[in-house]
Design a protein around this ligand. Structure first.
Ligand code: NAD
Length: 231
């Protein structure tokens, strides 16, 4: 049976694909304060601004391609049972070909009802914009299928289960400042090796980690070499 590799990814893995991370732009997300575009309060204050913000980002996604780090995680499926928990809202893991991806913070290419987080629809390629007046199947206004700050993270329970079943744990490109995602590392079973790829220092509160202080593509080359010795 293959060993289970559980991977936690953040905005840093998509940085080399040209998608900006959140912290590296000083808490502004593509020039907007996070309170305006990534909170329910911001949405109710100015829904059109928020819809347009995500519409632009959604339409721009096709200009960005998976990079070496996304592809290396697919390559690892030959030897490992790979499960990816991502904080990213882009679809680069899916486009690279990863089989098991759990999005903690939602998906840019989906929309949901403002009344019910479980009423979710995929947006067709030829009609990626959500407009005021667009309705979900339950008749309520559609909004981006994004978990905004202050909202519950429905997929966290499944993510915890995956992490608890890991034989090897890898973290790539996350500042580990956004909870509950940042707390997942606490569920890694004792004795399971943890690797962390990030060009900056990331605080892990006393947990023992093998640090690969490099950008995702270079760090993944190191990681592939390390695990190939394990075979
Ligand atoms: P973050 O912006 O807080 O942290 C990004 C981390 O990536 C930092 O530690 C940084 O040092 C590292 N990094 C920067 N360039 C890198 C590279 N080339 N290779 C590897 N690491 C690199 O991001 P976060 O921890 O994911 O949390 C921010 C929130 O913003 C997330 O919840 C996410 O939903 C959202 N977000 C998503 C995307 C996306 O989907 N691609 C982009 C920006 C923000």
């Amino acid at each position: 049976m293959k060993k289970r590799l559980v991977v936690l990814t953040g905005a840093g893995i998509s940085a080399e694909s040209g998608i900006r991370t959140f912290r590296d732009s000083d808490g502004m997300w593509e020039e907007y304060p996070v309170e305006d575009v990534a909170t329910p309060e911001g949405f109710y204050r100015d829904p059109e601004l928020v819809l347009n913000f995500y519409n632009r980002m959604r339409n721009d996604l096709k200009n960005h391609q998976p990079n070496f780090a996304h592809r290396a995680l697919v390559e690892l499926e030959k030897d490992y049972d790979v499960s990816i928990v991502t904080q990213n809202i882009d679809d680069l893991h899916e486009r690279a070909g990863s089989s098991e991806v759990l999005h903690l913070h939602g998906e840019l290419l989906k929309a949901r009802s403002i009344d019910n987080e479980n009423v979710v629809v995929s947006l067709p390629d030829d009609s990626l914009d959500i407009k005021l007046g667009d309705k979900a199947p339950d008749g309520a206004q559609l909004r981006p299928h994004i978990v905004w700050f202050g909202e519950a993270v429905p997929n966290i329970e499944l993510a915890v289960k995956w992490v608890q079943s890991a034989d090897l744990f890898l973290i790539i490109g996350t500042s580990l400042l956004v909870y509950p995602a940042a707390g997942l590392v606490r569920y890694v079973p004792n004795g399971v090796p943890i690797y962390l790829i990030d060009p900056k220092e990331v605080k892990l509160g006393g947990i023992e980690v093998n640090i690969i202080q490099k950008v995702a593509s270079e760090g993944m080359q190191d990681f592939l070499r390390i695990v190939s010795k394990d075979k």
